[in-house]
Design a protein around this ligand. Structure first.
Ligand code: AMP
Ligand code: MG
Length: 324
């Protein structure tokens, strides 16, 4: 099946990266990170996760371009050598890579002219940094885009639960395959994800960012009132919100722009988008338009995000529009 190899490689890459990020997050919880001399451990995890994912992709798809959040330039600066040593320590522990090879991996497939690419991967090595720092949820999000369409996606949510009850959830989807969810760290069973579609708006659960700077909580409240939604908002960091909708843990995801100037980043949405779509859901911007992935690294033609498990998406968009 087309994209099967891509998904197999993506799964391997995300599992290794998640081993690194989990280890860093656990250490981070046990001590006061702000007292450390080096830069914050989240930075170690960001660079480390990107090095690991890109290294695995580079080995399997050497020609492919990458649009990823981080770059190695900062690690080459003299004042960041302590941080670089920490990145090396963590990355070596997971995949044996050392020194310059790590910086090369971080910059693998980097391109100056992303808008011209017909095929590329996009990666957020740690999505939901604020959640990661709080010891809460975060995601590692990887998607393959061809001709402006998301063709394959892998979304790791290391602190969410797998179907076998273990900590660590992995969602996989492709153009040809419905969304599957499975255990991130072990080879457990893979189940088909299915968004909810039977509930009324009154019974719906709406998820949104924990961070009030990333979405308008007050506007979401207006929307909940107008639709008669009874439940309190389900606040969770990162693209775990897309996973929650795909698995039916939530019915709606609202990302309501705080300013018209902010442009969403492609790595914050590409993977989650396909994971929800291929679980039976709908994803548009707040005006009901198809998400446009043709303008990387930003989503220039979009205004926020509305995802739903097919709970009358059009009615939802009308309520979103009326709340402006
Ligand atoms: P979340 O965990 O859903 O709050 O989203 C985390 C993502 O929000 C990060 O990866 C950032 O790229 C993105 N972000 C940063 N500033 C903003 C903003 N002003 N509006 C929307 N998203 C933002
Ligand atoms: Mg992000």
């Amino acid at each position: 099946m087309q994209y099967e190899i891509e998904l197999t490689v993506a799964k391997q890459a995300l599992r290794q990266a998640a081993l690194l990020t989990s280890a860093v997050q656990n250490k981070l919880l046990g001590k006061d990170v702000l007292e450390k001399e080096d830069r914050s451990p989240v930075t170690v995890a960001d660079f480390g996760s990107q090095a690991v994912v890109n290294y695995v992709l580079a080995q399997n798809f050497p020609q492919d371009k990458m649009i990823a959040e981080e770059g190695a330039a900062a690690l080459r600066e003299a004042e960041n050598q302590t941080l670089r040593a920490r990145v090396e320590e963590e990355v070596c522990g997971v995949c044996g890579l050392r020194g310059e090879a790590i910086l090369k991996a971080i910059d693998h497939g980097k391109t100056e002219d992303p808008k011209t690419l017909s095929r590329f991967w996009t990666l957020d090595p740690i999505d939901g940094t604020k959640g990661f720092l709080r010891g809460d949820h975060y995601a590692i999000a990887l998607a393959l885009i061809e001709e402006g369409e998301v063709k394959a996606a892998a979304l790791a949510c290391p602190n969410m639960q797998a179907p076998n009850g273990e900590k660590g959830l992995l969602c996989l989807a492709s153009e040809n395959q419905r969304t599957l969810f499975t255990s991130l760290f072990t080879d457990g069973p893979a189940l088909e994800a299915q968004t909810t579609n039977a509930k009324s708006f009154a019974e719906a659960v709406i998820c949104e960012s924990v961070e009030s700077g990333h979405t308008s909580h007050s506007r979401a409240e207006k929307i909940r009132e107008s639709l008669g939604v009874k439940a309190e908002p389900f606040r969770i960091d990162s693209q775990c919100k897309y996973a929650a909708v795909a698995l039916g843990l939530a019915d709606i995801y609202l990302r309501l722009p705080k300013s018209l100037e902010y442009k969403e980043k492609i790595w914050d949405h590409a993977a989650g988008y396909l994971i929800v779509k291929k679980a039976g859901g709908e994803v548009t911007d707040t005006l009901g338009r198809k998400i446009d992935f043709t303008t990387p690294p930003l989503l220039m033609n979009d205004l926020g995000v509305v995802a739903s498990g097919r709970l009358d998406h059009q009615k939802l968009i009308e309520a979103v529009k009326a709340s402006e």
